[in-house]
Design a protein. Structure first.
Lengths: 400, 400
């Protein structure tokens, strides 16, 4: 399975993946999913939001056990973030068949569309729509960097955007959703476990900082006559790191857009995006407020105007304790629930579905913790341990 | 003349101009130039490097007096930087005809191609090629942000790139070149003069700073595990301002490129361009060395690799003193040569030609000093004073 998936959307220079929603690379990934479903004789369907499903048994029975993840990527992302969960889902079904496992409930594999939000700026669009956590009006307004709207992109990819929206009937089929994912930190690397269970997803959000100054000639404008927004931006980048470190949180400026972005022009606009996450809501509020205050102070001192817009926010997600404990029992980990049950700073479709459907996550060890990078890696033995753990969990949960 | 030129390449939202070399907006500007030449019965020609010339009299006679400037713009540039010099050149010819002025020498108007370097990253490509200050090999390697090379762009615009290169025969026709330009600082605004004479162009250069760290997930990577190049970049931006202020120079980071430039990804690469200029070479060397040292210190501390590449450099240009004094005499300013003779931090085609041809520059007052911005402005009275001064200079220089 890996061999066919590996070349899709891979950039020849960076070695990273560029599988953005509703692009050609995305379509190839989706064709791959359909082919995997077909090769196993699974019932294949695409829901109104473009999420792909493959079913063993009849999902209309309800109380289904569903696993899966996503196949899209961040810009120059790694091979594992997303695809490991989908590949492991099919591999776990293969293992269950080889075992001759008894499955009393329908079992499904899902590929949620546009999880990373690399193209339209909002993560988990497929699962958000289905869970009713993104309104149809908001979705229709999503626009990529080239001015193409989400419905236009869906239509160009051969999907009817008219039907998008909440899909409670389909979610009602699901008794439990378990997403397997490569870990995006080093907790398992440090604890020495190949596979772990998630306890919670940290609250997190994205804020856009627009620093507006005055475009000017970089050669002839005296420093004292400048209103240079790049300086306020730079001060804010450093303040974000300081505040996050003080609070034990994370804060990152990883995306920037500059106008006019000319070598010999003082910028008129520097737009920077802050991503910040913390263990609890209160800490996150304190960190972001402190960063914003520092930004305002520096902007004011430099004659620069500042607008801060919260572009997205996801509160803390505590995965359902009953399901989490049941999975720990299946995996024989009752004795030591604290390790490797771990929190995560990353958002996932499982976090979006949580609250609508009992949801859990399994993590596979990532020795370096590197993610969202071509260097993202998981060892083959750990991936196989993940498949076995997932098969165990599916088998356990699919028993009546 | 202004009325026809004004709408070309103007961006409807920013109000700024986007007239980049060999684009549609550039072609419209070039058509305008040809129409102006034709309307005045001037001899029109395009040289091997795509520079446009309009001649009153036969330039082959030699010892010609040439004026002109450029029509292209920086991204979202103002209406005056470049076009004021070309429009004033035609207006000065009109004034000379109305006066019935005696012109013993041929008089030419030139529009140099690609002065701003907004598309291919190198300023003054047209004059550099003609003056032999850019080799044909280097020019063929110039590439825009979309991967289009300069020869491809010229060809697409209907020009034959095969013939580009040094053009000593054409330059040998010129006895004196005088470029009129809107001032890009506030020296005339502060001195109270409508028109000034340039003394020198500050040495200046562009340096590319490549900060390479490690792409990583912005939510799950602990701060201590990060190698975030955005932090080193931010420290360097602030160091540049500090060092320039200490030295009385200017230093600007106005252009940036980030990979992967995702909201939830620690960047793998932050590429920032430094533009720096100072009154003399020694000061500039000290400033840039200090900025580079600060960048290296911060990069090292953050586990970030740094490459610094000097992308272009122009030494100090002292305009020819004899021509400068002659112009001051014509304008009746012998008594007080120091004001308004002024240095400038901006590069110009006149600076490129200097050393090949006796060259001088006239500046028209810019009350705010704002340039490379839609807010760039010169008062109508000052522009008319510029035309009259230029007519006086052309008449004086064209006498035998």
């Amino acid at each position: 399975m890996w061999r066919e998936l590996r070349p899709i959307g891979r950039h020849p220079e960076s070695g990273g993946y560029r599988r953005f929603a509703w692009t050609g690379a995305d379509a190839e990934c989706r064709d791959w999913f359909e082919a995997q479903a077909s090769a196993r004789g699974l019932t294949y369907e695409v829901d109104r939001n473009g999420n792909q499903w493959a079913w063993l048994g009849d999902p209309v029975e309800g109380d289904a056990v569903v696993t899966g993840s996503h196949l899209d990527s961040v810009p120059d992302g790694g091979a594992f973030d997303g695809p490991l969960g989908v590949v492991s889902s099919f591999a776990a079904l293969d293992e269950l068949r080889a075992r001759g496992a008894r499955l009393d409930k329908p079992v499904g594999v899902v590929n949620f569309g546009d999880e990373e939000g690399a193209r339209f700026g909002l993560a988990c669009v497929g699962s958000r729509l289905s869970a009713g956590r993104l309104t149809v009006e908001e979705a229709w307004r999503l626009t990529d960097g080239d001015g193409v709207t989400l419905p236009q992109a869906m239509e160009a990819a051969g999907y009817d955007p008219e039907g998008i929206g909440a899909d409670p009937e389909r979610l009602a089929r699901i008794g439990a959703f378990v997403e397997l994912h490569v870990e995006q930190g080093r907790a398992l690397g440090l604890s020495g476990d190949a596979v772990g269970i998630a306890s919670a997803i940290w609250p997190h959000g994205r804020w856009r900082f627009d620093f507006r100054g005055e475009a000017n000639h970089a050669g002839t404008t005296r420093l004292v006559d400048r209103r240079d927004p790049m300086l306020s931006y730079a001060e804010t980048v450093l303040a974000a790191r300081r505040e996050a470190r003080l609070a034990g949180a994370v804060a990152t400026f990883g995306k920037i857009s500059v106008e006019p972005n000319g070598v010999n022009a003082v910028p008129s606009l520097v737009r920077g995006w802050l991503d910040s996450r913390a263990e609890d809501q209160e800490t996150l509020d304190v960190v972001v407020a402190a960063i914003e205050e520092a930004a305002r102070d520096h902007a004011r001192a430099g004659g620069v105007e500042l607008d801060v817009v919260r572009e997205s926010f996801t509160p803390v997600v505590e995965f359902e304790h009953a399901l989490r404990d049941e999975i720990a029992r299946i995996l024989g980990r009752e004795a030591d629930l604290k390790v490797p049950v771990l929190g995560t700073g990353a958002g996932h479709d499982a976090g979006i579905l949580s609250g609508r459907v009992p949801t859990a996550m399994l993590f596979v060890r990532n020795p370096t913790g590197v993610s969202h990078s071509p260097a993202e890696h998981a060892a083959e033995d750990d991936c196989l341990a993940g498949v076995t753990a997932l098969a165990d969990v599916l088998e356990g949960l699919a028993r009546r």
